[in-house]
Design a protein around this ligand. Sequence first.
Ligand code: PMP
Length: 406
Amino acid sequence: MDLFEKCRGFYSDPEVAHGMGYPASPREAQEMGLYPFFIPLDQSEGTEVTIAGKRLIMIGSNNYLGLTAHAHVRQAAIEALQRFGPSCTGSRFLNGTLALHEELEGRLAQFVGMEKALVFSTGYQTNLGTLSALVGRGDVIIGDRENHASLVDGSRLALGKLLRFRHNDMGDLERVLIGAPKNAGKLVVVDGVFSMSGEIAPLPDIISLCRKHGARLMVDDAHGMGVTGRGRGTAAHYGLTDEVDLIMGTFSKSFASIGGFIAGEAATIHWIKHLARPLIFSASLPAPNAAAALAALDVMEQEPERVDRVNAIAERMRNGYRELGFEVGASETPIIPILIGDQMKALRMWKALFEAGVYTNVALPPAVPPGESILRTSYMATHTDEQMGKVLAIFARVGKADEVIA
Ligand code: PMP
């Protein structure tokens, strides 16, 4: 069969999907007017965006500290653009390392409390590069089932095997650790803050299991940086930085840029630097992005009240949603899922919110298990109380109309 023939068909079994009234492909969702993806924004200054001339309050961004609009961050990016241009035109390994990258690495290592850090062009590549450089044939990666896709894909690039344990289930983690091959090198990997549920990983228990069973620990803190541990992430939140072997972060969220980093012992970082294919065979982080991340770091250090503010907003919104009768799960961070369940109900709710002026994200199967669709809402330090009041009022109206409220 021609390789492209399938592209005219369905993504899931059309009989099953249609039987439940669901679209069986993105094209069908578009035809039903219920397509929530790839929506082009005309303009954004953070908390509000314009789409086709319409203004919406943004509660679907990872810009937790609101720094994409910060004057210092924007100015730093502009100056770096003028000084270095928009591209390094080569990989870190050859012509693409700037003094700016090394300055950023030094500052990041200090910020998270590790010996050394290494900057990649995206967080996704950071996970692919780290896992594939460290986990060789015969070794195992032991990951939480709700870990980010980049950790799963990193395991595919690594020559070792991925073993998974039930989400935040320490009994199951121990079962997998005990069952791992005797001589395998073991790397336990977890999200510090889970990207869909907003839960914080139970690092104290994970660390003791790693010590007991001779495993190393890597924490992907893409959503913890700028948010937990006074902005320094989940290991700092528990005061356990010295007990974690590797901390990963991305610049595409609180750091208001793009890029990623891995931090740990000097020897480990040196090893990754010389073996990580996504670092060596891909162009390096452009100077404006490195400068923006450095400037964001300045702001995080100088304006810690932003971290308090985003967490206070999250607390208010969690309480607000609960008072309205919505379920928000076990979120402890500015990521607050609204548990809806049925896929069509989630899509209808997403659309009604959109039309009422609230931009949020919807997570549908296969991103979540069938029957567990959610609206993923997330907050910024720069959201105003007035904006948050409006969002809650709109949720109350829309939720009632769709009988989502319990
Ligand atoms: N890890 C987690 C937990 C993430 O949520 C993301 C991005 N959504 C990444 C890694 C990848 O980061 P980036 O966007 O920098 O590629």
